[in-house]
Design a protein around this ligand. Structure first.
Ligand SMILES: [Fe+2]
Ligand SMILES: [Fe+2]
Length: 326
């Protein structure tokens, strides 16, 4: 199913704010994966004298049995075999935002895809404490922006890939102890409002990337919810968006909301490193093929997951989504 996507559209990737010529004619393929939670090693005692100690204990007692590096390698290889135009990664690359975690995350990203081919938005575990900014989160910035500077960007970020505008929203904030909540904030929401309107006016299919579930009802617990989800929903309804991709819950999901411009499909995937036989579904990812057909956006989503043997990958389901209201 993957071979047909080919690599023909790579030249359509643009991080300019101008309309690329290819966007008018080309199809785009996007691989969405999320929450890799790379193995936690090398934390320093000094770093653990903070909220990080809770995350470290959680990793030692539970999470290290869930998240496996070899599972993540199988997901990465499966994505690579499909040769998508761009990879969309919706956060939680690391666990407690230590210096050694960010060094490993940088090496893993370098092996996975060039910054121009992978768009990252941070998750709550990537901004676990305010010190994340000093510990190395900005070293991952090239994959947030597609540019080489190791400096945190102003969000939302935007990239144009073929006929798609990928819009990256940052939902992280230095949440208090025992919270894994998110917050977008009014200033970012205002910029998002303009980006959604401008991208639609230029004829792009709008795909929003965000770590936290964008709807209140999708939060697994109040302490893990996006605090201003209702405000985000208002912006989405008012300006429209065709797709929202998120992570955080480590589960497959598909919801829809009616917006001023049609249907917004809200999609999530499990953690890309989740071993089979755990409480959450085994690792998976989804391939989106976006086409413009007779005045509507047609988005074919192929969901692929790790089989229970922990080795083979298989297709789980195929969704044919339309932006048209029912
Ligand atoms: Fe996560
Ligand atoms: Fe998360």
């Amino acid at each position: 199913m993957c071979r047909q996507t080919g690599g023909r559209w790579h030249s359509a990737i643009s991080i300019d704010t101008f309309l690329p010529v290819q966007s008018i004619i080309s199809m785009a393929t996007i691989a969405h994966f999320t929450d890799p939670h790379l193995p936690l090693t090398g934390a320093r005692l000094r770093e653990l004298a903070s909220k990080r100690i809770l995350g470290w204990l959680s990793w030692r007692l539970r999470r290290r049995r869930n998240h496996h590096a070899d599972v993540l390698a199988r997901i990465s290889n499966d994505i690579a075999a499909c040769d998508p135009d761009v990879l969309a990664l919706t956060g939680d690359v690391v666990n407690i935002s230590t210096r050694s975690e960010f060094a490993s995350a940088r090496r893993w990203l370098e092996r996975t895809a060039a910054p121009e081919r992978l768009m990252l938005v941070p998750g709550n575990h990537d901004f676990y404490v305010r010190d994340a900014l000093k510990a190395g989160l900005p070293r991952l910035a090239p994959w947030m922006t597609g540019r080489p500077e190791e400096r945190m960007p102003e969000f939302p970020t935007v990239r144009y890939v073929g006929n798609v505008a990928l819009i990256g929203v940052d939902s992280t904030w230095p949440a208090p102890w025992r919270e894994a909540s998110g917050m977008v904030g009014e200033e970012q929401l205002e910029r998002l409002r303009h980006l959604l309107a401008n991208s639609a006016a230029k004829g792009f299919c709008r795909i929003v990337l965000i770590h936290h579930p964008p709807l209140t009802e999708l939060a697994s617990k109040p302490r893990k919810a996006l605090k201003d989800a209702d405000r985000l929903r208002e912006v989405l309804v008012e300006q429209g968006a065709e797709i929202v991709l998120y992570g955080h819950n480590h589960e497959w999901a598909h919801r829809t909301i009616e917006t001023r411009t049609g249907i917004a499909h809200i999609l999530s995937a499990p953690s890309a490193s989740m071993a089979p036989g755990r409480k959450k579904p085994p690792a998976g990812w989804q391939l989106l093929k976006v086409e413009r057909r007779r005045g509507e956006w047609a988005i074919e989503v192929t969901r692929r997951g790790l089989a229970n043997d922990g080795r083979s990958m298989h297709e789980l389901e195929r969704l044919s989504l339309s932006s048209l209201s029912q």
